[in-house]
Design a protein around this ligand. Structure first.
Ligand code: COA
Length: 271
């Protein structure tokens, strides 16, 4: 079990984490709870959400679960309003819910495109708009969206997800500028290949795929949801990250830089 953070940086605060039933979303929710914050997790299936809530409760915080699809704007707005009604405020929103699959662009159906863009881009906007209204009224709050480096580098087979996450990045920068003077910070975290069931099944289903992904990471390893969560909560921390907004923190072992190869034969001898 994760231990309580000595900082207790989120004591008395409340976060809503979308896609909080598994993977990175669960790890962020639990790490926020370790910092003393109450957490509400939102997703489509109740059982995984309840398990996240149980893990957070073990850390002594209050929790709630909300089942809804982030594609449903009215339901997302109601979920955000419900957090404020029950906990008194929404201090942090983590837009983590996502959907992804690899598909050649020329084979992607309009419905496949729409499913991913609706979840990733539209869903993020619905939650951000709803939470942002409360945060602006309170004069404080932090919004964090989980993206991926292909939002700015591009990556074959992910035209839907790359377009959507690129949109989330543009949204983040726009809102950082729009809301910055009113106490609301908006940032992104960009994880590299992370060991989660969802990502593994969708993005590197075979050993060959895994090896290819691994070869693209200078740090030569996958990361864990817990490692990503440490950076995510840093950006949510109202004290340590108070002056950070409109930015992206890559937690990807250097993957987005590309893995350029050092040439031993071309290197001169040290004199
Ligand atoms: N390749 C090509 N098209 C695919 C696909 C795949 N692997 N998976 C789904 N689609 C298409 C479907 O064919 C459908 O289009 P169509 O009506 O033209 O046939 C469209 O996407 C919607 O699929 P559906 O399963 O009805 O959507 P959904 O709303 O239930 O699911 C997804 C949304 C597609 C994003 C689904 O992958 C999902 O829910 N994923 C969540 C988990 C996840 O993606 N985790 C990975 C994290 S990295």
């Amino acid at each position: 079990m994760i231990e309580k953070s000595p900082l207790q940086e989120f004591a008395g605060q409340t976060a809503l984490v979308t896609g909080g039933g598994s993977g990175i979303g669960r790890a962020i929710a639990v790490r926020y709870a370790a910092g003393g914050g109450n957490v509400v997790v939102l997703g489509r299936r109740i059982e995984p959400l309840q398990e996240t809530a149980r893990l957070a409760q073990e850390l002594g915080v209050r929790t709630d679960v909300v089942t809804c699809d982030v594609r449903d704007a009215a339901a997302v707005t109601a979920a955000v309003d419900g957090v404020v009604a029950k906990f008194g405020a929404i201090d942090a929103l983590v837009n983590n819910a996502a959907g992804n699959f690899i598909c050649a662009a020329e084979d992607l159906s309009p419905n496949g495109w729409k499913a991913v863009v609706d979840i990733v881009l539209n869903g993020t906007f619905y939650g951000t708009r709803a939470a942002g209204r409360h945060m602006l009224a309170a004069g404080r709050g932090a919004i964090l969206s989980v993206i991926a480096s292909y939002a700015w580098t591009g990556h074959p087979g992910t035209v839907h997800s790359a377009a959507a996450k690129g949109g989330v990045l543009a949204m983040t920068r726009t809102l950082a500028a729009e809301w910055g003077s009113r106490g609301v910070r908006v940032n992104c975290v960009s994880p590299g290949p992370t060991e989660t069931e969802g990502a593994g099944a969708a993005l590197w289903p075979t050993d060959e795929d895994r090896a290819r992904v691994l070869a693209s990471v200078p740090a030569a390893r996958f990361t864990t949801p817990e490692e990503v969560a440490e950076s995510a909560v840093f950006l949510l921390d109202p004290r340590r990250a108070a002056y950070i907004t409109g930015d992206v923190l890559s937690v990807d072992g250097g993957q987005w830089l590309g893995k350029a190869v050092y040439s031993d034969s071309a290197a001169g001898e040290r004199k």
